[in-house]
Design a binder for this molecule. Structure first.
Ligand SMILES: [Zn+2]
Length: 746
């Protein structure tokens, strides 16, 4: 899984605040910075584009999904490579639920019967597109078994707000098979919301407006999805918990107790199947009823109707509900000074099919990074902290490999993990990074040391200028005036999820992109031929990724004092609190205004007698929420962060070892053991994937989702819980500040 590269909000910021004398790195004495600069310089010369290309060629040669022969073969090859670089390496095994299709049928009944092909055809110039015997068929993993028939209704992207529009149009999906288009929300949300509204089945298709001919020429002439291309993917309810559905919260090791299948919360309630737009067209043509609102139109040459259809759709799917082996490849370079402080790097190696872009465009540079670090060790470099390189299996179905590994090692990770750096796919273009805001300054610092292969300016400078060109008004002013480019918070969609959301390990997700069109996401055509014709064809951005992520690993591993910075965190928390207050006010005003319009007869006036428009119902006006605990904690955090950052700067890289032990816990204290309401696995109080967005982040999620979903007493309760976690951060910072001050007390 890879998030589309969205730059909006990603970067901003400005002003070169270094004094540019020699090298000054956050958390380093001037002497150790000089040594570090030498090693980093050697490191950044090492990653080799041809080797990255060869890594991808080897790993993408055959389909390598969970449980396939080549998945295991790749893991063993990765292991052998890592050992040959001189790293300690091993494979860690888990066994997890991974359903694969037994039977798939989708047909349209009635006057113009049609049976969907459900097959991506061979493309003659593409040499791996014909490996049918090893390709997983097109399907959505963790759909339940089912055989359903019903009228069709078009639900746009299938988000909660799309059903509000349908309701206003007087359309119910009860007993219907819904057809939703890919895009706008994570795919697992579509069947979840459809089932909540009473639908019996869900079809998801790739409209050419999203990743087909509207975006560029179709494959093989160009990069975008051809008429019969299909997006596979998981539809598990991962906002509840990711990982093995039968072992939430614990590692799926030998002998672990399994939740019976019929008690698993994360499998869909209705059957789901993804299809191409070639297969979807007859179904869309069968829809009757009113034409859709403007924003609901796709790019097919037909008039989009909401339905329902008189012709019925018949959807029947069944799966092998087997448990399959996972092969996580884990390599280590032990730390010389702080072996018990771990800096972790990861990218998955499994794919839906051949997976050149997703994930190997990230995996291949990661392997090259590990080789380069092994080379430095041979030359005498000794990292101060332990470095761990992970190549995860089973990311595509449900973040299986990373989640099970981190759950199995949860207690150790809580004690030892400093930070986790993730990538998942990589492209040509601009640097992007998201993550924990205590690392925002660090991410900016490293990005200023990496050269962009195309423009030769630094990747930091390039993305800042691109952001300026895209921003407006105040946002643009902020980019120009703020020292650090802001980094967006992480939602979900890749292997950082268990680290940041479950364990409270400060995490960063990074990569490059924005200059290449995608279009083969989770298709058989995401392969070496396609990638080397249309994406980062000379692997210069693969090299840039290895340089960037490897530099981050080295710089945090070797720091005298861990380079967390809390001014940016406090500023971000303040921003989130302000947004929440605005959200609560807007909700109240919106409901008041709508109630008023209903009473005034606005909806009667708007009514076109030839169309259906059901007026909304009046609602209770929400109560005022008490944000005081959160505002208080946010203010205290700002003060404590200023004091800490001042003491940190004055210490200039000097400080007792104890301060690192405090800093190591600085993200952990932002978790709440009770977790979020109704989903206790998610424990971070600042970040979580949205319950109804799936990948998209909700910041201060306990409070934000309570407001959005109009649970007012829960919002008050969550304000207090979030404030408590922030107070813990304040206490920790005060203690760390004391340690850094001259004659720092213990
Ligand atoms: Zn991926």
């Amino acid at each position: 899984m890879r998030l589309a590269v969205a730059l909006a909000g990603l970067l901003f910021a400005a002003a070169n605040h270094s004094n540019d004398s020699a090298h000054s790195y956050r958390g380093y004495t001037s002497q150790s910075a000089a040594t570090e600069a030498q090693w980093e310089g050697k490191f950044r010369d090492l990653p080799d584009r041809d080797r990255i290309r060869e890594n991808m060629k080897r790993l993408s040669a055959r389909p390598h999904h969970v449980g396939s022969p080549y998945d295991k073969d790749n893991a063993e090859w990765l292991l052998a490579q890592l050992k040959s670089y001189g790293l300690e390496a091993q494979i860690e095994n888990f066994t997890t639920l991974f359903p694969t299709p037994k039977s798939r049928l989708l047909e349209l009944e009635g006057p113009a019967p049609f049976k969907a092909k459900l097959q991506e055809p061979v493309v003659s110039v593409d040499p791996t597109s014909n490996q049918a015997a090893e390709q997983l068929p097109t399907y959505n993993a963790y759909s339940r078994d089912g055989d359903v028939t019903g009228p069709l209704v078009y639900v746009n992207y299938g988000r909660p707000e799309d059903y509000e529009v349908l309701e206003r149009m007087g359309i119910s999906v009860k007993g219907a098979v819904v057809i939703a288009r890919y895009g706008a929300s994570w795919r697992g949300i579509k069947p979840k919301v459809a089932a909540e509204h009473g639908a019996v089945g869900c079809i998801i298709y790739s409209d050419p407006s999203e990743d087909g001919y509207v975006q560029g020429d179709a494959f093989p002439a160009g990069p975008t999805r051809p008429p019969e291309g299909v997006q596979r993917g998981s539809v598990m309810d991962m906002p509840v918990y990711p990982g093995d559905p039968q072992t939430p919260g614990v590692g799926a090791v030998e002998g672990v107790k399994l939740i019976p299948l019929d008690q698993v919360r994360t499998i869909t309630k209705i059957p789901v199947l993804p299809i191409s737009y070639a297969d979807a067209t007859p179904f869309l043509k069968a829809l009757q009823g009113e034409t859709v609102p403007d924003a609901w139109r796709g790019a097919l040459p037909l008039t989009y109707h909401v339905g329902p259809s008189t012709a019925k759709a018949h959807l029947a799917v069944s799966f092998n509900w087997d448990r399959k082996p996972l092969y996580d490849v884990i390599a280590r370079i032990p730390g010389a000074k702080y072996p018990d402080q771990w800096v972790i790097r990861g990218n998955h190696h499994d794919a839906w099919v051949n997976g050149a872009e997703d994930p190997l465009s990230g995996t291949s540079p990661e392997l090259e990074e590990a080789r380069a670090l092994g080379e430095l060790v041979k030359q005498g470099w000794k990292p101060q902290r332990t470095i761990i390189y992970c190549f995860w299996d089973g990311e595509e179905p449900a973040l299986l490999g990373s989640t099970e590994w981190a759950e199995a090692h949860g207690d150790e990770l809580k004690q030892h993990a400093v930070a986790y750096f993730n990538s998942d796919g990589n492209g040509r273009g601009y640097f992007h990074a998201g993550g924990s805001h205590s690392l925002e300054n660090f991410v900016n610092e490293v990005a200023k040391d990496i050269d962009d292969p195309e423009t030769k300016m630094t990747v930091w400078k390039r993305v800042r200028l691109v952001d300026i060109s895209r921003a407006k008004g105040k946002d643009r002013d902020e980019i120009r005036s703020r020292a650090d480019l802001r980094i967006p918070a992480l939602g979900s969609g890749s292997d950082y999820t268990v680290f940041v959301d479950h364990l409270g390990v400060a995490s960063v997700n990074l990569g490059f992109g924005g200059e290449d069109e995608g279009g083969q996401y989770h298709s058989i055509y995401d392969d070496f031929y396609w990638y080397t014709h249309f994406q980062d064809t000379d692997f210069s951005y693969g090299r840039a990724l290895a340089q960037t992520a490897g530099t981050m690993m080295m710089r945090i591993a070797d720091a005298d004092v861990l380079p967390f910075q809390f001014g940016d965190l406090a500023d971000t928390v303040h921003l989130y609190v302000t947004q929440l207050k605005t959200l609560a006010t807007d909700k109240r005003d919106e409901i008041k205004e709508r109630n008023r319009e209903i009473n005034e007869g606005v909806y009667d006036a708007l009514k076109d007698p030839k169309k259906t428009l059901v007026p909304p119902k009046t609602e209770d006006v929400p109560p005022y929420l008490n944000f005081a605990p959160l505002e208080q904690a946010s203010d205290e955090l700002t003060e404590a962060a200023q004091a800490y950052d001042k003491a940190f700067d004055a210490a200039a890289g000097n400080g007792p070892a104890d301060v690192n032990n405090d800093l190591l816990r600085s993200e952990r204290v932002l978790t709440d053991d009770a977790g979020l309401p109704n989903r206790p696995w998610f424990q971070h109080v600042l970040y979580a994937p949205g319950f109804y967005t799936g990948y998209g982040v909700k910041t201060i999620p306990g409070v934000r989702e309570a407001i959005e979903q109009k649970r007012w007493s829960e919002a008050d309760e969550q304000i207090k819980r979030t404030a408590t976690a922030l107070e813990h951060e304040v206490d920790l910072l005060k203690q760390a500040t004391k340690l850094l001050e001259p004659n720092g007390s213990k």
